[in-house]
Design a protein around this ligand. Structure first.
Ligand code: NAD
Ligand code: UDP
Length: 337
């Protein structure tokens, strides 16, 4: 079976390629490498001792995408490619709407032309905005606090319409909570360009001295220690969720949304403590004002994924921190060479 992975050179995509190759799938990656590097896929090949095919192609380029489908018999597509920085999406909304929506529309049109109708889409817990109730169920109201989040909501709507128009389609909308961690080998992991927006890459960069201190965005939330609570999920658990979703597409049609999270919430201070324990490093920090649009508390009810897909996150917070730390240490040593 051949799986086309868009954005396969990125953070979650590369970990998913490892699991796909390990499970015996043939993997074809389409990635324009705007937020990733080809070397990551070399690492994926070396970790798995298997080969994959990379097309350095922009999903906005339909002609090149057609050629990929002509060159391979694709059974299903996992669609990671897209822009994901919340702050940038506020500054450049048109760029975000154009890229995230048009890439997905192009992809679906090309899939349709080549009679490929199985799709797993990277959605996000951001579609729940600031949830009224936790744990969050898939049936919770959909709302977003920024353009990035709205692209995910719009794409989900587009995909539901596509599947409603023809029962050939089978589409899984995976709503990720907060992916952190890295592959055990320490050879692939999250590589933000510039100043990290997300908590874990910021912490790891403070730990290796790239940044001086972490700003904790608000300690006056109505939570146990005053900092925001999130559902952090190991990226390998997340990757394995995609394999389970793929399997399910064989026996289903239409669209289904699934929360991929652990069901546990941890505060910013708890994540810092766990990281300090895992790394033996102290993370200098200061409390800063709240960040606009942050939900005080969000964590998943992931029962549907467990019941329908037979998937459950297995890895705990300490392991996530150990693996993030191993990856960052490895990268810093490489950079120092
Ligand atoms: P990433 O930036 O590491 O990976 C995305 C990949 O897509 C990159 O390799 C990039 O080069 C590629 N890409 C971007 N635009 C492209 C285009 N026009 N054509 C071809 N390739 C293109 O991001 P990630 O963290 O691996 O996230 C993957 C997906 O999961 C994204 O859709 C993101 O919105 C979603 N998601 C991520 C998170 C998270 O915290 N990382 C949370 C929820 C959802
Ligand atoms: N956060 C923080 N400092 C940072 C980055 C993030 O205190 O430098 C907090 C942020 O306010 C949120 C949590 O860490 O409460 C997780 O943030 P992240 O951006 O990683 O995920 P998201 O907010 O998208 O769930």
């Amino acid at each position: 079976m051949s799986i086309l992975v868009t954005g396969g050179a990125g953070y979650i995509g590369s970990h998913t390629c490892v699991e796909l190759l390990n499970a015996g799938f043939d993997v074809v990656v389409v990635d324009n490498l705007t937020n990733s590097r080809e070397i990551t896929l070399k690492e994926v090949e070396s970790i798995t001792n298997k080969n994959l095919t990379l097309y350095s192609v922009d999903l906005l380029d339909s002609e090149s995408l057609h050629k990929v489908f002509e060159n391979h018999t694709i059974d299903a597509v996992i669609h990671f490619a897209g822009l994901k920085a919340v702050g940038e999406s506020v500054e450049k909304p048109l760029y975000y709407y154009e890229t995230n929506l048009r890439t997905t529309i192009n992809l679906c049109k090309v899939m349709e032309a080549h009679h490929v109708h199985k799709l797993v889409f990277s959605s996000s817990a951001t579609v729940y905005g600031i949830p009224e109730q936790v744990p969050v169920l898939e049936t919770a109201p959909i709302q977003a606090t920024n353009p990035y989040g709205r692209t995910k909501i719009m794409i989900e709507d587009i995909l539901r319409d596509v599947a409603a128009a023809s029962d050939k389609w089978s589409i899984s909308l995976l709503r990720y909570f907060n992916p952190i961690g890295a592959h055990k080998s320490g050879r692939i992991g999250e590589e933000p360009s510039g100043i990290p927006n997300n908590l874990m890459p910021y912490i790891t960069q403070v730990a290796v001295g790239i940044r001086d201190e972490l700003s904790v965005f608000g300690d006056d939330y109505p939570t146990e220690d005053g900092t925001c609570v999130r559902d952090y999920i190991h990226v390998v658990d997340l990757a394995l969720g995609h394999l389970k979703a793929l399997e399910k597409l064989d026996s289903s049609s239409g669209t289904q949304a699934y929360n991929l999270g652990t069901g546990n919430g941890y505060s910013v201070f708890q994540v810092i403590s766990a990281f300090e324990e895992a790394s033996g490093k102290t993370i200098p920090k200061k409390v800063a004002p709240r960040r606009a649009g942050d939900a005080p508390v969000t964590y998943a009810d992931a029962t549907k994924a467990e019941q329908d897909l037979g998937w459950k996150a297995e890895r705990g917070l300490l392991e996530m921190c150990e693996d993030s730390w191993r990856w960052q240490s490895h990268r810093s040593k490489q950079n120092a060479k």
